[in-house]
Design a protein around this ligand. Structure first.
Ligand code: GDP
Length: 301
């Protein structure tokens, strides 16, 4: 239900446009495909994915000898799921260890990184895990306090130092504390300034190194928060972070706030990084695991 509600903007816009098309065109012809392309592009599905989808639809229509547009929606959703799942299988599950699991959250300021950390902590706690947060964004004014507020709300401990301190030192402290308290999952916030790619890289590298030295195989997840409402900007950010660090999963935030939910498919096609969670609101329980089938069929439900 949460999933369905959260997608209502995309559903209302995308699905109603497809339904309009189907009502206007009795026949599946070239003109229908052209207008369908337009609708898909408006939903931020991305040019390449749109081309691929429409090509495959053409084939399918020929193969099955589909003449009119009745029920074409189900063929479209089948193909959307197929395209999402094509190629290398992407693991959408979190990589949780038997011992301490360290998750690094990265992303540009304002995309919903802190909120996502809070929601994720709440989710993991609900699953019976003990969780700790590390206030690694020592750069943005207020970032530490904001994380502390989330920590209190969820009921998990936050390890912090003062603003301006070395993020790597915060991580070091946090890992020590997490080990001492036998915590299951440590979620680390990081700074989100992106004005200088070299800075970003060296800071993330340093944090990575410290974490990896203290816990074998850590960080076990590097989750990149992307704001779904920013469309192509999100794609550019994703590429920058992918170049800077080993991103293992994407959290697509604010999906509830956009009619352009097709960005999920563009991410799949362009980046080959799994979307592991989607943000569907500002509340504690508004983070949902991403499931391509639920997503696509939810659009047409
Ligand atoms: P940060 O700077 O990346 O840490 O971003 P914040 O976590 O402070 O979030 C920025 C704003 O986006 C806040 O007002 C959040 O409540 C809001 N936000 C975060 N995630 C979501 C989401 O999934 N849906 C909606 N509607 N708002 C969100």
């Amino acid at each position: 239900e949460k999933f369905k509600d959260g997608l209502s903007k995309t559903r209302n816009s995308f699905t109603s446009k497809v339904n309009d098309l189907v009502a206007r065109f009795r026949e599946v012809d070239e003109e229908f495909f052209e207008e369908l392309e337009e609708v898909l592009l408006q939903a931020d599905v991305g040019v390449e994915t749109v081309m691929e989808l429409v090509d495959q639809l053409r084939w399918e229509v020929q193969r099955k000898n589909i003449k009119n547009t009745d029920g074409i929606q189900s063929v479209i959703s089948e193909k959307l799921v197929e395209i999402y799942k094509a190629g290398e299988e992407l693991d959408t599950e979190l990589n949780i260890q038997d011992g301490l699991t360290v998750i690094l959250m990265v992303g540009v300021n304002g995309v919903g990184k802190t909120t996502t950390i809070g929601k994720l902590a709440a989710r993991l706690k609900d699953e019976g895990k003990t969780v700790m947060l590390a206030a690694g964004d020592t750069f943005r004014a207020g970032a530490i306090d904001q994380l502390v507020v989330w920590g209190e709300r969820v009921g998990v401990e936050v390890i912090k130092q003062s603003e301006g301190s070395d993020p790597a030192a915060v991580m070091y402290d946090a890992i020590r504390a997490a080990k001492n308290r036998k915590v299951d999952v440590l979620i680390c916030d990081t700074a989100g300034r992106l004005q200088n790619k070299v800075n970003l890289m060296s800071e993330l590298e340093k944090v990575h190194r410290v974490i990896g030295k203290e816990v074998e195989g850590a960080p076990h997840e590097v989750l990149l928060a992307l704001d779904a409402t920013t469309g192509q900007n999100a794609m550019v950010q994703a590429q920058t972070f992918k170049d800077a660090t080993n991103v293992t999963g994407i959290v697509l935030t604010k999906l509830d706030g956009t009619a352009k939910g097709g960005i999920v498919l563009a991410i799949r096609n362009k980046l080959d990084i799994p979307v592991k969670f989607v943000g569907l609101g500002e509340g504690m329980d508004d983070l949902q695991p991403f499931d391509p089938e639920k997503y696509v069929y939810g659009l047409f439900a």
